[in-house]
Write a protein that binds this ligand. Structure first.
Ligand SMILES: [Zn+2]
Length: 300
């Protein structure tokens, strides 16, 4: 992992998932913990190289690639782990992610992959929205729900660790249909992110390099959400069952789903679009001949 200095006291450990290291004297706060035990080991090694002791880990949201290393960091250093409510429940019970992706049922083996099922970790304290001290570090926690139910960004000085509030264009293109649990909230979060553009000198996304100007990426992320919802709306003219809607949207967006885990993640985003359309009065669901049938409402 590459260690980049973002400000006098803040470093970014660049890897598959970005990790923040906030240093105060000989103490360090880690922000997000990477995918697995290996990531945890690398975080502990980076702290040793800097000559600091990790005293706390703060997690932006409970996706495996952001908290999977937390248990290992905790085991090696005794650090206290902090996370927003709801996310904390999943970090402590990581099998919940596979369950929610599989309609609440025992997930199949493909949904117990390490990208979905991370090692669980005891959470010592909940992060509330707003300015606070986390283990003596001044942190501003800014709610950014939408990609995850209670995701929060962490502002430290003029650096903002954004979790997966926004993605680089290359990441949007890699996934095609990124993961959202609530597209309306994700869009509102992106608008609030744009409003914070002047507050922070650098925004560190979950994946890829830190950015100074977040506004163009806010626009491309909002555009991607709009595009997915538009394709769902169009699909509702032809097909009615959620699996068919997914296939139609993926085809229209030239997305080729390569594995069952990606299918179920994408299905969540399609469900998020459907419930958003229903909340906007544009779509309705009914059961017909034992099928859940989604249709556009007559006024839309
Ligand atoms: Zn995520």
């Amino acid at each position: 992992m590459e260690l980049l200095q973002l400000s006098e006291s803040v470093c970014q450990l660049r890897g598959g998932t970005n990790i923040g290291l906030v240093v105060d004297g000989r103490r360090a706060l880690v922000i997000d913990a990477g995918l697995d035990r290996d990531a945890g080991r690398r975080i502990a090694r980076a702290a040793r190289q800097l000559g600091v002791e990790i005293v706390a880990v703060a997690i932006t949201h409970a996706h495996a690639d952001h908290f999977g290393g937390a248990a290992e960091v905790k085991r090696r250093t005794g650090a206290l782990v902090y996370a927003p409510a709801f996310e904390a429940a999943i970090i402590e019970n990581p099998e919940l992610e596979g369950y929610y992706l599989f309609s609440g049922a025992r997930p199949p083996i493909e949904l117990r992959h390490k990208f979905i099922l991370a090692p669980g970790c005891h959470v010592d304290g909940q992060v509330e929205a707003g300015e606070q001290e986390i283990a003596g570090f001044h942190v501003e926690a800014i709610p950014m729900p939408g990609h995850a139910q209670n995701q929060m960004m962490f502002g430290v000085g003029d650096i903002c660790f954004a979790g997966d509030t926004f993605f680089h264009d290359s990441v949007l293109d890699k996934y095609g249909i990124p993961f959202y649990v609530d597209v309306a909230q994700a869009d509102e979060s992106l608008q609030r992110l744009a409003a914070l553009a002047e507050r922070f000198s650098r925004f560190v996304p979950g994946h890829g390099p830190a950015v100074a100007d977040v506004v163009p990426l806010v626009e491309s992320n909002r555009e991607r959400i709009r595009t997915i919802c538009d394709h769902v709306r169009v699909a509702l003219g032809d097909v009615a069952e959620v699996g068919d809607i997914l296939a139609s949207v993926a085809k229209a967006m030239r997305v080729s789903i390569s594995a069952p885990a990606i299918y179920y993640l994408t299905l969540t985003t399609i469900h998020a679009c459907l419930s958003a359309l229903q909340a906007a009065g544009e779509a309705a669901v009914a059961v017909e001949e034992n099928r859940a049938v989604w249709r556009l409402t007559s006024q839309s």
